[in-house]
Write a protein that binds this ligand. Sequence first.
Ligand code: NAD
Length: 260
Amino acid sequence: MSLKDKTAIITGSTSGIGMGIAQGFAKEGINLVINGFGDVDEIEKERASLESMGVKVVYNAADMTKPDEIVAMVEATAKEFGSVDIIVNNAGIQNVAPVEAFPPEKWDAIIAINMSSSFHTVRAGIPYMKKQGWGRVINIASAHALVASPFKSAYVTAKHGVLGFTKTIALEVAQDNITCNAICPGYVLTPLVEKQIPDTAKARGITEEEVKNDVLLAAQWTKKFVTVEQLAGTALFLCSDVAENITGTHIAVDGGWTAA
Ligand code: NAD
């Protein structure tokens, strides 16, 4: 089945991985609801550039910490496009600190954005997928859904939770022609990661170049950062017909990190 004219909601798609997936999807003719924070003019530029690929693209500003706004985004998508075919739960934030210094409000925000927002999109979107007898849920988890790193307690907790959620939903909708899977990227050079580099350099007393090579890529056996294009391709594969029996699992795109 062609993916042309399907409709996808991609949370957190005003930057990084979400934006890369939006570009990959637009190239395949998938209509899009993009979401996330940022400069209004920049977002409009992104929306128009995606639309220039021949698809319809709407921006929705729903805050992933606000369940009502998330549900309203899903409902608005169904109204505008007549369906919600694909949900990519991608929005995420990070905070790096030892647990005893971890700000409780950061913990709550990470759990809300990186984990609970997926529950809210799926809860609202699954009835539409069931009604049309087809759907794809793709949760952008992380290598940190499979293994831990110190000082990322909230992030690792949220991402492990996302994997449990992925498996549960897959079972619930297995006979409705809906799949639910997670993609677990290793390090991708997006603003989320770039922001951590100066702090990590300071904390460890090393240069930013050393952080990239000796800390971030230390566990990535290919010694290469994952690219957003590779993740867009993986997401498209999970949407394709040949992936209809792949459900309740994850694909690690991590340069061998979690194999070791
Ligand atoms: P990014 O910072 O470039 O983009 C994050 C996106 O989420 C932005 O569009 C931002 O506006 C949006 N966002 C943040 N808070 C939001 C909120 N409250 N409501 C709505 N949108 C919100 O980050 P990224 O690296 O592209 O990360 C995307 C996803 O990939 C995250 O879930 C992240 O955990 C995951 N991931 C990233 C890496 C990596 O190395 N970059 C690795 C593994 C997993």
